[in-house]
Design a protein around this ligand. Sequence first.
Ligand SMILES: Cc1ncc(COP(=O)(O)O)c(C=O)c1O
Length: 405
Amino acid sequence: MNIAKPNSYRSGPDDRGHFGNFGGRFVAETLMPLILDLEKAYTAAKADPAFQGAMNGYLKNYVGRPSPLYFAERLTEHLGGAKIYLKREELNHTGSHKVNNVLGQIMLARRMGKKRIIAETGAGQHGVATATLCARFGLECVVYMGAVDVERQQPNVIRMEMLGAKVVPVQSGTRTLKDAMNEALRDWVTNVHNTFYCIGTVAGPHPYPTLVRDFQSIIGNETKTQMQEIEGRLPDSLVACIGGGSNAMGLFHPFLDDPSVEIFGVEAAGHGLTQLHAASIAGGRPGVLHGNRTYLLMDADGQIQDAHSISAGLDYPGIGPEHSWLHEVGRVNYLSATDDEALAAFQLLSKLEGIIPALEPAHAIAKVMELAPKRPRDHLMVVNLSGRGDKDVPQVGDILRGKSK
Ligand SMILES: Cc1ncc(COP(=O)(O)O)c(C=O)c1O
């Protein structure tokens, strides 16, 4: 494919929300005024030092940022190659990177005078972060969650309910994240006047992929400063898992114009790329879903196919539009890891570093296990540890004891 390289990989999207051939806003007419309102409010907030100052205060004192950049000495020794650093997003309040974006969106919602917040969630981490910030700011919170995910992520369902949110199990389709997002969009169309839709990843109609990326870019910006302090230079490679792609976009974006930095996104290969999986780039093609054009898992007739991953947070048949573009222009390498590889990585990191990762970033660790031994000892590799494994302990415990598969 012959695609022109841009002068900067960081300048997108264009005015209409396009990253090359991807992105845009494919929404019902009723939603268009809302989307335009949101874009206006976001542009104003970005330029407002009071908004930025308030956000920085909450990021520091409520979320607990900056998250550490930790040298994983035992993992490095075990793999015998690159020096591996973990960006510790699992140490954030609520246990994942999701809170960075939710804080930004809830502060925007308050600025726009919205009192009712809706969200969709897969693993439940985005739902927990949304329920948490709604509790903090006294807002009504409704979270749509596929019925299958309600079952496999029980600890997070209980947390959301304790925080005062209403969790609505979605029974349509595969009863996972895609169906929860459909249901949230339906609610939004019906309740446009008072409702803010807090999207959990870099997907959806413009401006969501951009504003979520911007709120998550704190991950990459901190990594740049921290690596400079620890090693006196840029990292040589970055690795992150991809559901919709927000933790990855947040780490990658500040480094896109640094050509010496190799970048790897890791999709979920489920049972394998020729079977059931959730790898939209490796096994999909461009189409339109949830308000934007991007790589999707589709059958020959263009119908969205069922995605599968052991990890509820990666179980989505699409990917954010900016990733689709970065794939086509060749700036980011997209790899994939199977359920079994992720499980092995989950156990390895727990035993070697005393850190139980969520199943999502375990996919990134699985690829680090392949990439790191092939790199020299002075190669600096950063992996985004996007969340902690507490929510997955019951599920992984059952699998390891042979109760379910
Ligand atoms: C810990 C964790 N990491 C990663 C993801 C995947 O989302 P994204 O690709 O937007 O970072 C999720 C989604 O729920 C998650 O909970």
